[in-house]
Design a binder for this molecule. Structure first.
Ligand SMILES: [Zn+2]
Length: 272
């Protein structure tokens, strides 16, 4: 498979680097509503299952890329609706987590996974340091650089960080009961408030740090941009079978917006 990212020019012995993204391909990162008035900043690490053309679908088929290993189905849809409902800025990654996972530390074996949920990723096997660097520079750094610049620009404004994800209903043969999970790492205060507010938003099973907590060795976005800046932050995980349609995603966004408005004033006091 032709997925080499660096080639040796045999005449000159110069390493030449091809860009990962072709001129007609979408950007590594999308930012919408950058000047939104909300105190909330939304990010969506696993928004897309797109793979750069040069990587030949990583050797996978379309069904594999459409599955939860390739992205968080429905998460971007919820995040876009929530951005509109709250008038909040939103940053979305443009490419599949299988190309490089924007919510994994670069030192993690899951940063560019050779396997995911039992599926071998042929295009990720035996990558050279140069090939890794190209993905980091083309996708990971632009995404996090955009979030960083957005937060820098808002440094004088009260800001709460919400990271929007979705999770598969069944993992390792076990079904997961939560409709939505509110997840945190070192700082749980915003999550506690959000969980309490969601309890008022209908008959929901709300996970407390489920399906997984935020951990420094596994997660990147909230440790870097939330905890790293002292911003109250939370990871919202919605079960994928609840957001199969855009109408369902809009309804979940409305629910999240309602919960956010309920706790916003109290949450902003966490910044004092
Ligand atoms: Zn995710």
């Amino acid at each position: 498979m032709e997925n080499r990212s660096a080639m040796i020019d045999s005449d000159t012995e110069v390493v030449t680097t091809l860009p990962l993204l072709g001129p007609d391909e979408l950007a590594a990162v999308e930012i919408i509503n950058a000047d939104g008035s909300s105190s909330a900043v939304l990010v969506c690490d696993h928004a897309s299952n797109r793979v750069p053309q040069r990587l030949s679908m990583l050797g996978l088929d379309a069904a594999q890329l459409a599955d939860h290993i390739g992205w968080d189905p429905g998460a971007a849809d919820v995040a876009r609706h929530l951005s509109a409902d709250l008038d909040a800025p939103l940053v979305l990654s443009g490419y599949s987590r299988l190309v490089i996972d924007c919510n994994r530390p670069l030192r993690s074996a899951e940063s560019i996974p050779e396997q995911s949920a039992g599926v071998t990723i042929p295009g990720n096997r035996g990558l050279s340091p140069e090939e890794r660097a190209i993905r980091i520079n083309a996708l990971f750094r632009p995404y996090h650089g955009t979030i960083g610049r957005l937060l820098d620009a808002r440094s004088q404004r009260p800001t709460l960080l919400l990271n929007i994800h979705s999770f598969t209903p069944i993992m390792n043969g076990s079904s997961r009961p939560w409709h939505i999970g509110v997840c945190y790492g070192h700082n749980r205060e915003l999550a506690v408030l959000m969980r309490g507010a969601l309890a008022h938003c209908g008959d929901l099973t709300v996970g407390d740090n489920e399906p997984y907590p935020i951990e420094d060795e596994i997660d990147y976005t909230i440790p870097k941009h939330g905890e790293g800046r002292g911003l109250p932050s939370v990871m919202i995980e919605i079960r994928q079978d609840r957001i199969l349609t855009s109408a369902d995603a809009a309804a979940w966004a409305a629910r999240l917006a309602e919960a956010y408005r309920l706790i916003e004033a109290e949450a902003l006091r966490l910044l004092m």
